[in-house]
Design a protein around this ligand. Sequence first.
Ligand code: LFR
Length: 497
Amino acid sequence: SRTGTVAAVDLGATSGRVMLGRVGPNELALTEAARFPNTPVQLWEGDRSGLHWNIVELFRSVSDGLGSALRAEPGILSVGVDAWAVDYGLLRGGVLQGVPYHYRDERSAPGTALVHDRVTAAALYQQNGLQYLPFNSLYQLAVDRVDGRLADVDALLLIPDLFTYWLSGSAIAERTNASTTGLLTAGGAWNLPLIDALELPRGLFQPVVEAGTTVGSLLPSVLSQVGAGSSGAGAGAGAGGPARAGGPVVTAVGSHDTASAVVAVPMGSTNAAYISCGTWGLVGVELEHPVLTEAARAANFTNEGGVDGRVRFLHNVMGLWLLSESIRTWQARGIDADLVTLLARAEESTSPVPIFDADDPRFLAPGDLPARIDEWCAEHGVRAPLDPVEYVRSIVESLADAFARAVEAAGALSGRAIDTVHIVGGGARNRLLCQLVADRTGLPVLAGPVEATALGNVLVQARAQGLVAGDLETLRALVARVFAPALFEPRHAAVRR
Ligand code: LFR
């Protein structure tokens, strides 16, 4: 076996990055080639302002980032893209039609009734095992159909698949992310009876591929655009090992960012729970088979597709969005608010703060977040936080509370005796959060890696290239050796409300 380098494109709801992963039998190193903001944009649509992804700007950032990556390491073997779930672009004859919507856009509001009038929520859960989120693709598509946006299109590509298409020319639907549309069967095929029942055009849906599939090569037009003509990309045998003639291939990875993150959670046992904490806090366990009980549906637990056919049995908790959207609110008002400073002060403060329900759907939409916390407090007869430090502490305490409840539910619903909680993603950097999750669950918390999503993306590509071999447990053992997590022990027995 050999050592080689792959590039992971990882797009989150607030920022994206291109990471180089150098991988060998006993080696796993991650370096950042580029990092860029992902800022949504409001566009007037005749009677309201719609919230969209600035998708073309994002693609330019990705291309520039791949250019930097290829200059740093001309021998990159493969490129893979992961991004947030659910959202999609619509195409006609290979050309993007319209600007993809952001899942936080309010247009999807009527979608729930449109779908549930045809198929009940309980029947849907039996078929797709998904937790109810008002923006799941099938609800967005029901609205698009009624609004006429599906009339003249012939393909749907989920966000990472759209980037894969623009990089390689291949139109596919990677299975882990396709599972978040609500339109996939448990077996991983497009659910044609459901697609027909919702009167969605069958032709929109692209062939489902598994993570690890080579879908094509970087297009010559992309290579020349990034300043790495195919001669350049194929010629140099850089430090990463022999280059591929003709430039890197494009590999389907666990293209749902959460699926890639779960690949790199250094779990050592089936009794470990994970919290993939970025914009969202995805809390759950990995299973071999879905749990489709009425109790799981009532607790709003999802069975999303994982890499290697695993099931990501988890619940979406609001996540660091509560912090980022609060900061955005304060800054828009000219209040000098810096997250690092506020978190440091929140860690020192000891004054009791209100614990609100971080699961409340009122926190979904963009806008004044602190005002909605105030509203929740007023409705529940508790005092609202007084200043940004108290808000930050209140948010972190409330997230830890919601995480602990979700960990407990994940164990109970899946029949696992949870003994460890892993926190990966940006939240693993938040020491206050990690400690509070340990305290509230009464379980040891293992924090890190922060870049789990990029690592999972890299590892699936590396395995496809033969740089590493083995099942997810083998890959996780490698992560655990190289990125030893930080341990937070509970300071007291579990706090349960
Ligand atoms: C996390 C994530 C979640 C998904 C949400 C919306 O980035 O992908 O898993 O529920 O974003 O797509």
